[in-house]
Design a protein around this ligand. Structure first.
Ligand code: ZN
Ligand code: ZN
Length: 279
């Protein structure tokens, strides 16, 4: 258990759209005292939340960086599990870019039969999942309990808008910026943070793979080198890499760290799912 002070960032899903037996899809959990905030909902997220010591009913909010399927495909599981485990009494708060409300509404529509079956069978359930969606514009700031959240536009064209997040709690800061190339928004969010979490691709490896759709990913993601350069430019104290393409084996972690380390002298974190960073 984690009590009161500080902040913990847990890489609940370090995978990408490419299926991987050991890596869930993109998601990251922030524990700020008792306030648990989930950033994105990739494949397998609810299992990984359990591994990280929490469950959908204990989430203060879900925040979404963008509506690419790899980042939201398991939101339906979060919605349903939250609904059932709170016996219909909880409200799930979801923050995300424009389009999030429609996405949630359509998820609930897809779940309509299940919702009907459960209401018919379980007396405590009298209505469907209660979800409070707040659509964000880049630059918005707000609070989730005692966690201050600031946002900025990131660059992941043609996906737009995409939103990066900076979380502050008891003097600790974390920037979770999602899929993006380096840009002013990321620089602002990651300025002097305790940890900067960046989704990355290995540009040098992907460039060697003769696949058109893999080549396409190069123009809207940060490479490992670019993430390291951003970390240096912003004065981030730690750099955590996630959403790694292609996913490294543990034996390859030192090579990834060495590559980033040529451009950044702070601590570099890379790991399996459930890697935890205490701030
Ligand atoms: Zn994306
Ligand atoms: Zn992605």
């Amino acid at each position: 258990m984690y009590y009161g002070v500080g902040m913990e960032v847990i890489l609940t899903g370090t995978g990408s759209p490419i299926p991987d037996a050991n890596r869930a899809g993109p998601s990251t959990l922030l524990k700020a005292g008792d306030t648990h905030i989930l950033v994105d909902c990739g494949r397998g997220v609810v299992m990984r939340l359990a591994g990280a010591g929490t469950m959908p009913p204990f989430l203060a909010a879900v925040v979404i960086t963008h509506l690419h399927s790899d980042h939201v495909c398991a939101l339906n599981d979060v919605l349903t599990t939250h609904w059932v485990m709170t016996q219909g009494n909880g409200v799930l708060k979801v923050y995300g870019p424009p389009g999030t409300a429609e996405f949630v509404e359509r998820q609930l529509h897809a779940l309509e039969r299940d919702i009907g079956y459960r209401i018919a069978h379980h007396e405590p359930l009298t209505e469907g999942p209660r979800v409070q969606v707040t659509e964000l514009n880049p630059g918005d700031s707000f609070a989730i309990n005692d966690v201050q959240v600031t946002t900025a536009a990131t660059m992941h064209e043609p996906v737009a808008p995409t939103i990066g997040f900076r979380f502050e709690h008891e003097g600790k800061t974390a920037a979770l910026v999602g899929d993006t190339i380096p840009c002013d928004g990321v620089d602002a969010l990651a300025a002097d943070v305790d940890v900067y979490v960046q989704t990355v691709v290995r540009r040098d490896i992907v460039e060697q793979i003769p696949n058109v759709m893999l080549q396409d990913i190069l123009d809207y993601h940060s490479g490992v080198v670019e993430a390291a350069q951003t970390a240096t430019r912003t004065g981030a104290r730690r750099l955590a890499l996630t959403h790694m393409v292609p996913a490294p084996t543990p034996e390859q972690y030192p090579e990834w760290i060495a590559r980033a380390g040529e451009h950044y002298s702070g601590e570099i974190i890379i790991g399996d799912d459930l890697t935890s960073i205490s701030l």
